[in-house]
Design a protein around this ligand. Structure first.
Ligand code: SAH
Ligand code: DHB
Ligand code: MG
Length: 230
């Protein structure tokens, strides 16, 4: 197998499997979560195992004690992030679809994380003001991975619920490269283009984005850090 310009998802999947086989030990809680999510008919759009572990590593490196996730699905990324929590830490994850939330609660419980994870059901833009009113912030890590058209409002909330040094991670910021297509008519792509413009205009963060390929195709993640003194 040799790299060439015709590399595609099958090729990237083979390499992802190689990476996972060497670097990610077998993990029955995560495998069960994937299987239960598939069985319940949830879409196959959770982060890949190696990207889930990246989320875990970033939160662990930061020593995160409070984590916020926007977009739970079946709780796959939730489990990765919650496992990184420092002792006494907790994670709140927001999910619009009650069916997804039910599957996630079962998966999170099965992974032994029921006590540290709270799944809140509702439109995130309605739940986020409640979190603020309840004094839930600031969060050390915020993972934005819900409806892409609302990424800018989620980013605005992330800034409100963060502190200097907080890490904000945004999934799906490349979308097969469509994000660089100014003529794109895809509402999700346009949502991400507005997000890049918002970050460009936000002096309080240091940010980058990386393109990724693998079992979930060609996409990317943005990594932002709230600046010291912000
Ligand atoms: N983070 C998950 C994948 C999330 S998929 C993982 O990697 O494992 C996106 C999720 O966002 C879906 O479950 C979808 O129902 C949810 N969602 C969509 N619109 C939303 C909204 N307005 N508020 C909260 N969640 C929303
Ligand atoms: C979709 C959503 C995601 O969060 C993702 O990682 C991949 C795809 C989607 O809505 O198509
Ligand atoms: Mg995603």
């Amino acid at each position: 197998m040799q790299a060439n310009i015709f590399m595609d998802k099958a090729f990237w999947t083979t390499v992802d499997r190689y990476i996972v086989a060497h670097l990610l030990p077998a993990d029955s809680a995560l495998e069960q979560a994937q299987a239960a999510s598939a069985k319940a008919g949830l879409p196959d759009i959770a982060v890949s195992p190696n990207h889930g572990k990246l989320l875990y590593l970033l939160a662990k490196i930061l020593g995160a004690k409070r984590i916020l996730e926007i977009g739970t699905l079946g709780g796959y990324s939730t489990i990765w992030l919650a496992r990184a929590l420092a002792p006494g830490g907790s994670l709140i994850t927001l999910e619009f679809d009650p069916k997804h939330a039910d599957v996630a609660r079962a998966n999170i419980g099965q992974a032994g994380l029921g006590r540290v994870v709270q799944v809140r059901v509702g439109a995130a833009l309605e739940v986020l003001p409640l979190l603020e009113a309840e004094g839930r912030g600031p969060f050390d890590v915020i993972f934005i991975d819900a409806d892409k058209i609302n990424t800018v409002p989620y980013f605005t909330w992330a800034m409100k619920l963060s502190h200097p040094g907080s890490l904000i991670i945004v999934d799906n910021v490349v979308r097969d490269g469509a994000v660089a297509d100014a003529a794109s008519t895809d509402a999700s792509v346009q949502g991400m283009q507005r997000f890049y413009e918002a970050v460009k205009a936000e002096p309080r963060v240091d940010a980058t984005a990386i393109q990724t390929v693998g079992i979930k195709g060609y996409d990317g993640m943005a990594i932002l850090r709230v600046k010291d003194g912000a």
